[in-house]
Write a protein of this length. Structure first.
Ligand code: CP
Ligand code: NVA
Length: 319
């Protein structure tokens, strides 16, 4: 099969990527990880610049982009909304036009999906969504890389998200699973259902890939899952909903009893992090032998490097 050419592409949501393109990025991520483990030093981003725009806080995403780009000779520039005019004194469109004249690519983390879309539409350079209220696509790449490291061929395996079924992480997982033929179950109360329209979109993609998407309010639906995944109960920007979410989601905590309900002794636990021990997950699970969260966090860097190599046309070793 022809190698997909992603040069010049943005990643705003994985809905824009074909299953072949996603598989290509996952294969490239493995290659990048192997190179890192072998201690190979390369300079494939030499002469390139990356604008890193942050409206929200970040540890993993910022560090993954910054180290992946910088260690290969690129120059990343961190710009929080405290520092620049983004959407305050200057429109997103004008900021995009200016950044596009100075940078090879732009990373954006913030609130609205429409902001990252506007940056891509007006900058003329690849734009990477490092999390919006709606999607977290680079997270989903790292999640599936980790899933694959544990179970090999992921098509036909089952991933189960337990918690806030309409948040950015749950939605992005639903997209990637529906593209790759991974059975994806969301276990969430009816109030946090991902929504009929989005379910229909992903359901149609899953029908093409051989996957199955389902939503249940019953924790018994974790039965047979190869992995249980959870995320914080109140995402960034929803701090005022904390009490309400605690009441809704307390029955959906991932604990040893829920891991047991999968019925699989090889089931693993995944979490995008940061985690709140004692809320969405118990300490014995996240810190226990079934947890793969640190591999998952490390894989953020390998998948993000692979994405930037492919979209910046930097796959040839210029070291
Ligand atoms: N998982 C994730 O995106 O972590 P940060 O918020 O620390 O970037
Ligand atoms: N759903 C979480 C993910 C953090 C990585 C949030 O948006 O805060």
């Amino acid at each position: 099969m022809k190698t997909p050419n992603l040069q010049g592409r943005s990643l705003l949501t994985l809905l824009d990527y074909s299953p072949e393109e996603i598989r290509f990025l996952l294969d490239l991520s493995k290659q990048v990880k192997d190179e890192a483990k072998a201690g190979e030093k390369k300079a494939r981003f030499s002469g390139c610049t990356l604008a890193m725009l942050f409206e929200k806080r970040s540890t993993r995403t910022r560090c993954a982009f910054e180290t992946a780009f910088g260690e290969e000779g690129g120059h990343p520039v961190f710009l929080s909304t405290q520092d620049i005019q983004l959407g305050a004194k200057e429109s997103i469109e004008d900021t995009a036009r200016v950044l596009g004249r100075m940078f090879s690519a732009i990373q954006f983390r913030g609130f609205k999906q429409s902001t990252v879309e506007a940056l891509a539409a007006h900058s003329g350079v690849p734009v990477y969504n490092g999390l919006t209220d709606r999607f977290h696509p680079t997270q989903a790449l790292a999640d599936i890389m980790t899933f694959q490291e544990n179970f090999g061929q992921v098509t036909g395996k089952t991933l189960c998200f337990v918690g806030d079924g309409r948040n950015n992480v749950a939605r992005s997982l639903m997209v990637i699973c529906s593209k790759l033929g991974i059975h994806f179950t969301v276990v969430t109360p009816p109030e946090l259902n991902p929504g009929a329209e989005f379910l229909e979109t992903c359901g149609a993609l899953a029908a093409e890939s051989g996957g199955k998407i389902s939503v249940s309010g019953d924790t018994g639906a974790v039965s047979g899952a190869h992995a249980l995944y959870t995320d914080v109960w109140a995402s960034m920007g929803e701090e005022d909903k904390k009490t309400e979410r605690e009441a809704l989601l307390a029955p959906y905590q991932v604990n040893a009893a829920l891991m047991e309900k999968t019925g699989r002794s090889d089931a693993v636990f995944l979490h995008c992090l940061p985690a709140v021990r004692g809320e969405e997950v118990t300490a014995d699970v996240i810190d226990g032998p079934k947890s793969r969260v640190w591999d998952e966090a490390e894989n953020r860097k390998h998948t993000i490097k692979a994405l930037m190599l492919a979209t910046l046309g930097a796959l040839d070793d210029r070291s």
